[in-house]
Design a protein around this ligand. Structure first.
Ligand code: PLP
Length: 388
């Protein structure tokens, strides 16, 4: 039997795997520091590390964000909060932004996390689950969690203030269109929230008023209030789907694989399920052991490039669960490329492939690109190349 191909990509001392996500924690720290430059003194940065830190690893990302100046963390669910507490984030203020079943509510409160409420019964449920800090959510137009009625929201505020064991910690909303700079709905939401929040703040000056995600933070200072909740920008992706460099954001995640096989493909021969690539001329194909089982989506079949030896090479044929093929046509000494690293998200020399480019190709958003990487892809954390 032939020996397994040895990959040549040992650049950062991390070794090569069939698929590997290297996450630069120093970049996450710098992105948070960069977002802080947008804020007035006293306005806090809450780093959103839900969904395993948008696929980057929640614990490591949380540490990096706090190092970069974030002072709060936010997640979507109780389990995520518990995991952060277990990982040693014992004292940092931690907000669970999502809906909570009774079991999850108890879990979140026991972890000392703060929770979101919008009905009087939510406040009573918090009290019966042992009490804790609550943030009242006004639905100013997102149409998901929260109450659309400011009077109802004010009643919930009053109930929180009057209920023993419950602390009114904040009021909040969430924008539906902050990432669309042309859309006037953002301004309407901001106006609807601002008036109500100002009245609550006047009566309860110690509460934290918060509304902005990354896009709103970059777009409008009047949306900052006492704290902003940033996820996507912390990971160095652009909330508007454009090139992150334009807003001085630094992508933290690099996805790589390698050429496990290099093989000749004669004109008329095909590669992959469904024969969606048939060679129009003699060429050479490379096989990368990564596929949709790793979160490298099938929608990228015949629809993206990878960087090999500093050059863009097109994916040809169908992306399958564990493998995909690229066309190496014209590469010098092509068979010697066996074992060579392939960068699927990241930069080499002048070439860059961003999550934003992939999102455009798949008609989705950069969030889904990194969140979609599955547990099969090991995350290796480093700081500018030094393993942590
Ligand atoms: C309620 C809430 N706030 C803040 C964020 C962070 O958004 P972004 O990643 O766009 O900064 C999210 C993420 O979806 C969210 O659901």
């Amino acid at each position: 039997m032939e020996a397994a191909p040895v990959a040549k990509d040992l650049e950062a001392g991390m070794g090569t795997r069939r698929a590997l996500a290297r996450v630069n924690l120093a970049a996450i720290g710098r992105n948070c520091a960069r977002m802080l430059t947008e804020l007035e003194p006293g306005c806090e940065l809450c780093a959103v590390v839900k969904a395993d830190g948008y696929g980057h690893g929640a614990t490591a990302s949380a540490r990096a964000a706090l190092d970069g100046g974030a002072s709060w963390l936010a997640v979507a669910g109780a389990r995520e909060a518990v995991e952060l507490r277990r990982a040693g984030f014992e004292n940092v203020r931690l907000l669970v932004m999502g809906a909570l079943s009774p079991v999850e509510l108890r879990e979140a409160l026991q972890a000392g996390a703060e929770v979101v409420v919008w009905r009087e019964q939510d406040v009573r449920a918090v009290a019966s689950a042992g009490g804790g800090r609550v943030h009242v959510k006004l639905d100013s137009g997102m149409g998901r969690l929260g109450t659309r009625d400011p009077e109802q929201a004010s009643r919930v505020v009053a109930t929180a203030v009057d209920t023993p064991g419950v602390d009114l910690a904040g009021v909040m909303t969430h924008f539906a269109t902050a990432d669309d700079r042309e859309d006037p709905f953002f301004a309407r939401q901001l106006e609807a929230f601002s008036g109500w929040a100002a009245r609550v703040k006047a009566a309860h000056p110690r509460i934290v008023v918060h509304a902005a995600n990354s896009a709103a933070t970059l777009r409008d200072k009047s949306a900052h209030f006492d704290m902003v909740r940033c996820g996507i920008a912390a990971y160095g992706m652009d909330p508007f789907g454009l090139d992150p460099i334009e807003r001085r954001l630094e992508p933290a995640l690099e996805l790589s694989s390698y050429l496990a096989e290099v093989k000749d493909c004669a004109s008329g021969e095909s590669a992959g399920y469904g024969r969606r690539f048939v060679a129009a001329r003699d060429t050479v194909l490379g096989v990368l052991p990564i596929g949709y089982g790793d979160g490298w989506r099938r929608a990228l079949s015949n629809n993206a490039d990878v960087l090999i030896a500093g050059q863009r090479r097109p994916i040809v044929g169908t992306v399958s669960m564990d493998n995909m093929t690229v066309d190496l046509d014209g590469a010098a000494d092509v068979h010697a490329l066996r074992g060579e690293a392939a960068v699927l998200i990241g930069a080499r020399g002048k070439q860059r492939i961003t999550a934003e480019e992939l999102a455009r190709r798949m008609d989705t958003i950069n969030y889904e690109v990194t969140c979609g990487l599955t547990a099969r892809v090991p995350r290796v954390h480093h700081r500018d190349g030094d393993l942590v």
